[in-house]
Design a protein around this ligand. Structure first.
Ligand code: ADP
Ligand code: MG
Length: 573
């Protein structure tokens, strides 16, 4: 057969036969995963597509194979240089003619890539959105045969999301200038709002939508109260993942370093990773994580996008992620090989305070603030809930899970709830009476009748709420405070001095029109309390006398706006 005829006969084979041949010969895989097959078929036929698939689900093949099957060069828009580079390297390794154009190329490299592109020598070109949108580039593209446009990480178009990229908004120019070229938008963020925005901005002339399940049945989700985070983490690693690869996420660069150092001192091979390290260090740490067994990387969220290591056995969060989406994406880096893996998180009052504070200080527009608030509420609700974690997570992405999963912490050890109405009312009243300026630790000291210098100076040992909660232990008080803040009964003070104040929503609870059941925190590894409480039934005046005195005091003060205390329970005035 002459080459020409051979090509023709190959082209006349059914599309899917050719697609499967490429899957095997180029990518080395036996079969398509999930809806990859039908998506590829549809895109090759020239349909626009919106692909919603979890991270690690295999979105790339959905445009890479059509890129090879359709005539011309496929143009892939990707937001991160590192992502592009990894993908292009992998493709070249498989013998595909791929290249990228972005600011990281030196002039010689750029010239070489452009020469190949404009002479139709490339199957795929990866470009940063700003590069694609430059007038010159678009004009030259118009003279080229284009197989398709793939818009990866398409949620970057969402103004309400946290990865918003203004240039993504301008990609609608592709629809206007290249109406005949199919567009495929891909993302792992599937909430309905983001989805609507992608459709409106990028695909308003119609597209087939492909939604894959977000379920990761091999991941065990666990969320617990933060007591002494490092000990808890070490306990978890020792118990479940000795000598395994894992990722530990922290909020700050400094913390990644101190936690890594600490883990090393306890015999766990751990390396920090954050944007403040030199490029060389980052590359070395990443390489060791990918190539060696049993390396734990302690990272900020700068680490992960585009990291494709199948046998990560656990992802641990020492600080709250930004949202449910982030939680899902970050935990989704565990167990890509399908074997059992853990998503483990601890969080505490301070975390809730921090995210609430960020939100309160946000100077975003009103609508965006509301969206941020909703996202935060979902995450906090998820953390405090006693329901099946997997069910909740999937429900967030609009998916039903049939029955409980039987594998998450809440399924394996159903948490108790307890009636925290009275302590909650005590706490809220004490916040009010101490002037709504103090942090939870101080409020708890007042409640427990702790006579510290700070308390005395503020005159808080004379408050009617002083000592009324002496019978409740400190850990429980922190749990109550955290859950009050998480559920929106308390707010952070707007100046950011660390204080808490009453939120409008707390009124019915304070007035006794509402009860509050909260989860009982599991006990963690214990550490001796360093509190200087004189109380615990040992108050010098004796609790009975103290209560009497408080009652008289409250009466003398006139009608308090909410409640006064009587015999350690609350009474309405
Ligand atoms: P996403 O972009 O959805 O996060 P990727 O396209 O990066 O996911 O794919 C994740 C991993 O799954 C990659 O290692 C990829 O090679 C692998 N993969 C994708 N499709 C298949 C398949 N059909 N069979 C086996 N492995 C696959
Ligand atoms: Mg991807």
């Amino acid at each position: 057969m002459r080459p020409m005829e051979q090509a023709e006969s190959r082209d006349s084979q059914p599309v899917m036969t050719r697609a499967r041949a490429l899957l095997r010969s180029v990518f080395g895989y036996e079969s398509f995963r999930g809806s990859q097959g039908p998506i590829i078929e549809s895109v090759v036929a020239g349909q626009n597509a919106l692909v919603l698939m979890p991270t690690g689900g295999g979105k790339s093949l959905c445009y890479q194979i059509p890129a090879l099957l359709r005539p011309g060069t496929a143009v892939v828009v990707s937001p991160l240089i590192a992502l592009m580079r990894d993908q292009v390297e992998a493709l070249k390794h498989n013998g595909v003619r791929a290249a990228c154009l972005n600011s990281s190329l030196d002039p010689d490299e750029r010239r070489e890539v452009e020469a190949a592109l404009w002479s139709s020598q490339l199957d795929l070109i990866y470009v940063a959105p700003e590069k694609l949108l430059s007038g010159f580039f678009l004009d030259r593209l118009a003279g080229l045969e284009i197989a398709l446009f793939a818009i990866d990480e398409a949620h970057c178009v969402s103004q309400w999301g946290h990865d918003f990229r203004p240039e993504y908004m301008r990609l609608d120019v592709l629809r206007q200038r290249f109406p005949q070229v199919p567009r495929i938008a891909l993302t792992a963020t599937a909430d309905t709002r983001t989805r609507r925005e992608i459709e409106q901005q990028l695909l308003s002339d119609g597209a087939e939508t492909w939604v894959s399940s977000f379920d990761r049945p091999n991941i065990r989700y666990q969320v617990g109260p933060k007591l002494n985070a490092r000990d808890q983490l070490l306990g978890f690693i020792h118990q479940r993942h000795r000598d395994a690869s894992g990722i530990v996420y922290c909020l700050s660069r400094k913390k990644t370093e101190s936690v890594a150092e600490w883990l090393n001192s306890r015999g766990v091979t751990a390396l920090p990773y954050h944007a403040g390290l030199s490029a060389n260090e980052r590359a070395t740490h990443q390489r060791r994580f990918l190539q060696e067994d049993g390396v734990v990387i302690v990272a900020t969220v700068a680490f992960g996008m585009g990291i494709d290591k199948p046998d990560v056995r656990f992802v641990a969060h020492l600080d709250l992620p930004k949202s449910m989406e982030s939680y899902y994406q970050e935990t989704g880096r565990a167990g890509r090989d399908g074997l059992a893996a853990d998503a483990w998180m601890v969080y505490g009052l301070q975390d809730v305070y921090q995210v609430r504070q960020l939100l309160a200080q946000s100077n975003a527009g009103l609508e965006q603030q509301q969206a941020e608030r909703r996202r935060l509420e979902s995450l906090l609700g998820f953390c405090e809930s006693t329901d099946c974690r997997r069910q909740q997570l999937l429900a967030y992405f609009g998916e039903d899970h049939p029955g409980e999963c039987g594998n998450c912490d809440n399924c394996l050890n159903p948490p108790e709830t307890w009636d925290a109405t009275e302590p909650a009312r005590m706490f809220l009243s004490c916040v009010y009476r101490s002037g709504q300026r103090y942090g939870a630790a101080h409020v708890i000291d007042i409640l427990r009748g702790s006579v510290s210098e700070k308390i005395r100076r503020a005159g808080h040992d004379r408050l009617s709420t002083f000592g009324i909660g002496h019978h409740v232990d400190k850990k429980t008080w922190y749990s109550v405070a955290r859950q009050l803040l998480a559920r929106g009964y308390l707010e952070t003070d707007p100046e950011g001095h660390g204080g808490v104040r009453l939120a409008p929503d707390c009124r019915p609870l304070l007035r006794g029109e509402q009860t509050l059941a909260i989860r009982r925190d599991a006990a963690g590894p214990t550490r001796r309390s360093r509190s200087a409480t004189r109380g615990d039934g040992q108050h010098p005046e004796g609790w009975e006398a103290l209560r009497r005195c408080r009652r008289e005091q409250a009466e003398a003060e006139g009608v308090p706006p909410y409640v006064i205390f009587h015999d350690a329970t609350l009474m309405e005035m």
